[in-house]
Design a protein around this ligand. Structure first.
Ligand SMILES: [Zn+2]
Length: 117
């Protein structure tokens, strides 16, 4: 098995040159990204943290401009969306349920006053 150094200078350990540790990149001579997956994920997280407001504003604008296109995509991919949402819920249940409970407690009177048809 061949090993490869991640190009992040803070990451010294060589890793196996496989798609388990590096993303695939058709442009690279060995077909893998220069940085390892963990370093790219960490960089992405840091970037989002530092540019959160800009990213949220960009996403909001994109969604507004592309409303029709997004709706069309959703209609064409209903099955995929349902599957994704089911898995997302299963994966994040431990976070979603307490958040829901806390919201319901905070909005008890408002929820009680909702009239159902
Ligand atoms: Zn790395």
């Amino acid at each position: 098995m061949t090993f490869k150094n991640c190009s992040n200078p803070e990451h010294a350990e060589p890793l196996p040159a496989t798609s388990e540790f590096f993303y695939k990149d058709k442009r690279a001579s060995d077909g893998l990204t220069a940085r390892c997956k963990d370093c790219l994920k960490a960089r992405q997280r840091r970037y989002y943290k530092e540019n959160r407001e800009d990213r949220i504003a960009y996403q909001r604008d994109y969604n507004r401009v592309n409303q029709i296109r997004i709706l069309r995509w959703r209609m064409r991919n209903l099955e995929h969306l349902r599957c994704y949402q089911r898995h997302y819920y299963r994966r994040r249940r431990a976070v979603i349920l307490p958040r829901q409970r806390s919201y319901q407690q905070d909005h008890r009177t408002r929820i009680k006053n909702v009239k159902t048809p």
